[in-house]
Structure formats: structure tokens, C-alpha cells
Design a protein around this ligand. Structure first.
Ligand code: PMV
Length: 322
């Protein structure tokens, strides 16, 4: 009872920030994201009668912290399959882990894909998305390819996630500027709860979000890069404004993050098709048309404080390996 799956991290253009229900990671708002081919998590799950408890190894090191959340996802799949076996989970990332590059999204997407196959469980796409979501709120998006919409729906799963453009339909590129390799001080879950309870702009964020999501989706459908640039930077900065206006304030950026934002804006003003987005961490993701990758990469590599620059393209959803 063993299977291996791979998945890519993702980055949201129209962000999610805030949970309606923490236990099931039900988001307060939907989101629109890009699945990042070029960065890959590979996970093998092996259910065995010889194991006394679930075991997790990440990049060769045993992990006793994340195992309880992993077991929660495995429990839901075991329940679906009517199986009571423990599992060993072995996962590797070919990119920095826990450094704001959404390794938990790709990790939980690969986990549920491999575990469902190992158990040969018959489960709907929305159910699998829900189980991935229990691990990480943005993980369902990594189960899907290209440009992905996560929308809230009124059934027991609470969300429906699907690809709105395949990688070849609109081949956007993403250049990641790594400005720190340290784990962040405040997790996104902790930050979201703090924002919900204390930020005076949290409710405005939730109330205005559906219009941002609809606009983002429309600009993707129209392949209107410059309009998508405006709404995506707006959503990113609005999310960070909510975080910054929380008590205590949450500032996820470094000086280099701000310098990268300014560099991206200068490039766009000079006619380069590029815009930025930033998650709950100091890395900047520059989204651009493929012909601009070389120029954007070179410009970000020159910004003081940038440690590394990674080029990504739109990637597939989570996939089983034979
Ligand atoms: O996957 P989570 O629950 O840790 O949330 C991540 C949320 C952001 O990355 C900050 C925004 C987003 O929509 O990806």
C-alpha cells in the first residue's frame, strides 16, 4: 500500500487572509493563484501493519512537529477507506523548505494525492481538496494546474477549487527573489487570527474581496496582463495593510523586499510586463510574461539583500508517479 506523488507550490494573485473556521481552515475569502512549476515536492506514503504510529521525514530529517497535522489528514483518508494502518511519509523539496515558498501547500497536496492512491480510496475532488486544506489553507490550489480559482461554496466541504487556465493557455512566468532563508516569526494562521481579531481594516478586506476576485478572474479570461498587474498588486498590498494594522503589527517584509517592489514598479513603468506579489514572508514573487524573465531576473539579482533568484513557470497539479 504505497504511492508517490509530486506537487508544486503556488502563489496567490488575489490573496486569502483570514479564516471563517480555523479547525477546517475554511477561508474567509476565495483566492486566485498560480501553480509554480520548477519547484517540486515529492512525497511517498507507505501504509504498513508493521508501523506503530505515523512517521514523517522531510528532506532526510524526522519531523515530530508537523506529524500531528499530517496524521489528521491521513485519519480522514483512512476513515474514507475503512483502513486502520499507520503510515510512513517521506518527503523531499528541491527548493528551500519553510522559507515563504509555500512548501506546506505543495507538501500537503502531494501528501493527500499519494495517500489517497496508496489507500485506493474513492473520493471526490472537493473532498480531497478539503483534506489538503486541513493541512494548509492554500494546499488545495497546488492540486490543480496553471491558474487556479479557489471559491467558497455552500456545501459541507465549503470550497471548490479548479484550474481556470492550463499552463499552456497563458504561459506566465514567476521570478522569485529570496531575501531571507529564516523561518518567519509569525505563522500565517497566527497572523490571520490576529488580523481578524484586531485589525480595523479586516472587515473592509473581507467585504471588498469578492469584487477583487471577480476582477482578477475577468482579467485572466481576457489575458489582460496590465489590468491583472494592477488588481494583483492591490490585493497583495491590501492584505499586507490588514496585517500591518493588526495589534501587534505584523510586518512580513525586509528592506530588500521593499527594494524589490520598487525595482519591479520601475521596470513596469519602463514598459516591462511584470508585477509583484508577496505572501506572509519576505520573498518577492515577480510575475511576468515569458519574454521578460531574463531582464526581471537580472534586475532582481542586483537588488542589495537578494540572496537568490529562482525562475518558475506555470506547472501541473499534483501528479502520481508510477
Ligand atoms: O496556506 P496558509 O493557510 O498558510 O495561508 C497562506 C496565505 C497567503 O500565502 C499569505 C496568501 C495566499 O492566498 O496564498
Amino acid at each position: 500500500m504505497q504511492a508517490t506523488a509530486s506537487a508544486h507550490p503556488n502563489v496567490a494573485l488575489i490573496k486569502y487572509w483570514g479564516k471563517q473556521d480555523v479547525a477546517t481552515n475554511l477561508p474567509a475569502v476565495g483566492s486566485l493563484s498560480l501553480t509554480l512549476g520548477g519547484l517540486t515536492t515529492r512525497t511517498t506514503v507507505n501504509f504498513s501493519a508493521e508501523l506503530q504510529r505515523d512517521e514523517l521525514t522531510i528532506n532526510g530529517a524526522s519531523d515530530d512537529v508537523a506529524i500531528s497535522r499530517v496524521s489528521r489528514c491521513l485519519d480522514m483518508l483512512r476513515q474514507h477507506a475503512g483502513v486502520d494502518l499507520c503510515a510512513s511519509v517521506t518527503t523531499t523539496n528541491d527548493f528551500p523548505t519553510g522559507a515563504g515558498l509555500a512548501s506546506s501547500a505543495s507538501g500537503y497536496a502531494a501528501l493527500v494525492k499519494a495517500a489517497a492512491a496508496a489507500l485506493q480510496v474513492d473520493i471526490s475532488g472537493d473532498e480531497l481538496d478539503l483534506i489538503a486544506r486541513i493541512g494548509s489553507g492554500s494546499a488545495p490550489r497546488s492540486l490543480h494546474a496553471g491558474i487556479v480559482l479557489l471559491e467558497k461554496i455552500a456545501d459541507h466541504t465549503g470550497t471548490h477549487c479548479h484550474s481556470v487556465a492550463a499552463p499552456d493557455d497563458w504561459p506566465l512566468s514567476v521570478v522569485v527573489a529570496v531575501t531571507s532563508r529564516q523561518p518567519k516569526d509569525v505563522s500565517s494562521t497566527g497572523g490571520m487570527e490576529s488580523s481578524r481579531k484586531t485589525s480595523p481594516t479586516y472587515h473592509a478586506w473581507v467585504d471588498t474581496h469578492p469584487a477583487d476576485l471577480a476582477a482578477g478572474l475577468k482579467f485572466v479570461e481576457q489575458r489582460d496582463f496590465m489590468a491583472l498587474a494592477e488588481i494583483s498588486e492591490h490585493s497583495c498590498l491590501k492584505m499586507h495593510a490588514v496585517a500591518m494594522s493588526s495589534l501587534p503589527p505584523l510586518v512580513y517584509w525586509s528592506g530588500a523586499t521593499v527594494a524589490c517592489m520598487q525595482r519591479v514598479r520601475e521596470l513596469r513603468q519602463s514598459g516591462v510586463p511584470v508585477f509583484f506579489t508577496i505572501d506572509a514572508g519576505p520573498q518577492l514573487k515577480a510575475v511576468c510574461l515569458p519574454e521578460a524573465v531574463g531582464e526581471v531576473h537580472a534586475a532582481l539579482a542586483e537588488v542589495p539583500g537578494v540572496l537568490d533568484v529562482l525562475d518558475c513557470h506555470l506547472g501541473s497539479g499534483a501528479q502520481l508517479e508510477s
